[in-house]
Design a protein around this ligand. Structure first.
Ligand SMILES: Cc1cc2nc3c(=O)[nH]c(=O)nc-3n(C[C@H](O)[C@H](O)[C@H](O)COP(=O)(O)OP(=O)(O)OC[C@H]3O[C@@H](n4cnc5c(N)ncnc54)[C@H](O)[C@@H]3O)c2cc1C
Length: 409
């Protein structure tokens, strides 16, 4: 039952991550009344992926945000160095088509604040922080809005013509609607922590994957954000071995970090991130659409999840702005969004599944085998390395900004 006079909007977006903020900005520029609800007060949380890929950089240029983006503290990387079971694999991005032959590493909270600021310049846009969506409201079978907990803890309601779930891998909207994604499993979880970086230390992003574990080192200016990959479900067992065991493993993989590894003094500074890889068979129901990780949770492999979530948002805005302005969105129009984004998602998830099975599962099992044949092949073939670089940095079916959202920078 609907409350007597719920607050109203045209498009309600649950979640202010990359998918939600980009969709909010684009729809607001189309003149659609849009409300984004974000459960946190800010975007400043330690775990946020850092990568903004070449196709998203081009999108920012089209939206007139390129100059603002360059003001953010960021690093550009045009090569990715990996070492997989002692086989070096170096991806060279300098031959990518288009204006950006690199990936940017930028703290995601800065990126999201920049998009929020641009969106807040639009009169139709509203961002409610500290607003946690806890359920949906229905009119017969159609979703017609959400219930949410506001800053004071009070449960409120907001009615909307369309609700878009951008609330990530553990989507509350998805649970409320009763949809369950198909899980492909994942062989690993990730420990996430920081170590200091000195000015003459290696720049950009580097990775090493050897028997037992893998480490990705992300340059964030005066510190490194480090992702340390462990076999799924072994967090408690590995913590019991003590922090010194982690120091030793790190130094084995990244020897130049030895002089500061002891600054990681306890496991209190090491966060566990649960890796999931899954996909909803159907990304919509009457009155509600799922995009980004709420429709397809991405593994960290390749760092493609943010790009994909942003591309979903662009496709959704292009297809749905007109019907939203007209005041009625059909399930057929929602199905068109899924149809547009299905193939790129399936391709990237298939690649992640293959890397999980052939590379990561073998490595985290602890066997000191040689690199899998596919990795050796990639190590030797320039063409294959370029293709992988393209799939990571641009991705299949990159999306362009709709005409109505374009601005000069
Ligand atoms: C360990 C790990 C490392 C990763 N590293 C990278 C990387 O470097 N690069 C990359 O591209 N991808 C990376 N990914 C994948 C990436 O994080 C996701 O694919 C991407 O963030 C999805 O964006 P999204 O907007 O769909 O969801 P999210 O980024 O998850 O955003 C969801 C937002 O919704 C909010 N929210 C959640 N529930 C509610 C609610 N009930 N009400 C209101 N708000 C809510 C959250 O606070 C959040 O702000 C990584 C994933 C993992 C697991």
């Amino acid at each position: 039952m609907l409350p007597a006079s719920p607050d109203e909007t045209t498009c309600l977006i649950a979640g202010g991550g990359p998918a939600g903020m980009m969709l909010g900005l684009l729809l607001a520029r189309a003149g659609v009344k849009v409300t984004v609800m974000e459960k946190h007060a800010d975007f400043l949380r330690d775990f946020r992926g850092d990568t903004v890929h070449a196709s998203t950089l081009r999108l920012l240029d089209e939206l007139g945000l390129g100059p603002r983006f360059t003001q953010l503290p960021h690093r550009l990387i045009d090569t990715i160095h990996m070492e997989i079971q002692n086989q070096p694999v170096n991806l060279d991005l300098t031959r990518l088509p288009g204006a950006h032959q690199h990936i940017a590493l930028v703290p995601q909270w800065d990126f999201l604040e920049m998009v929020a600021t641009a969106a807040e310049a639009e009169p139709c846009f509203r961002l409610l922080r500290n607003a946690e969506v806890v359920g949906v409201i229905r009119d017969r079978d159609r979703v017609v809005g959400v219930s949410y907990r506001d800053q004071s803890g009070e449960i409120k309601h907001m009615r909307a013509e369309l609700t878009v779930a951008c609330d990530g891998r553990n989507s509350a909207v998805r649970s409320a609607v009763g949809l369950t994604p198909h899980s492909f499993g994942a062989p690993m979880d990730v420990w996430w922590f920081r170590l200091p970086r000195r000015p003459d230390d290696p720049k950009g992003l580097a990775g090493a994957l050897h028997a037992g574990h893998a480490t990705i080192v992300i340059d964030r200016g005066d510190y490194y954000q480090i992702a340390y990959i462990i076999p799924k479900g072994t967090d408690a067992q590995l913590r019991a071995q003590g922090i010194e065991a982690l120091h030793r493993a790190l130094v084995r993989m990244v020897p130049w970090i030895a002089d500061r590894v002891d600054q990681l003094t306890s496991f209190d500074d090491v966060k566990l991130l649960d890796v999931q890889l899954n996909r909803l068979p159907r990304w919509y129901a009457d009155g509600v659409l799922f995009i980004g990780d709420s429709a397809h949770a991405m593994s960290p492999v390749g760092g493609v999840g943010i790009n994909l979530a942003v591309a979903d948002a662009v496709a959704a805005a292009r297809i749905l702005a007109k019907p939203l302005l007209a005041g009625r969105v059909s399930t057929r129009q929602l199905a068109r969004v899924q149809a547009r984004r299905w193939i790129p998602t399936v391709i990237l998830q298939a690649a992640q599944r293959m890397i999980h099975a052939k590379v990561i599962a073998v490595a985290v099992a602890g066997s000191d085998q040689r690199a899998p044949r596919g990795v050796t092949l990639v190590g030797r073939s320039v063409a294959l390395r370029r293709l992988i670089g393209y799939l990571i940095a641009i991705g299949p079916l990159p999306e362009h900004a709709p005409r109505y959202a374009r601005r000069r920078g």
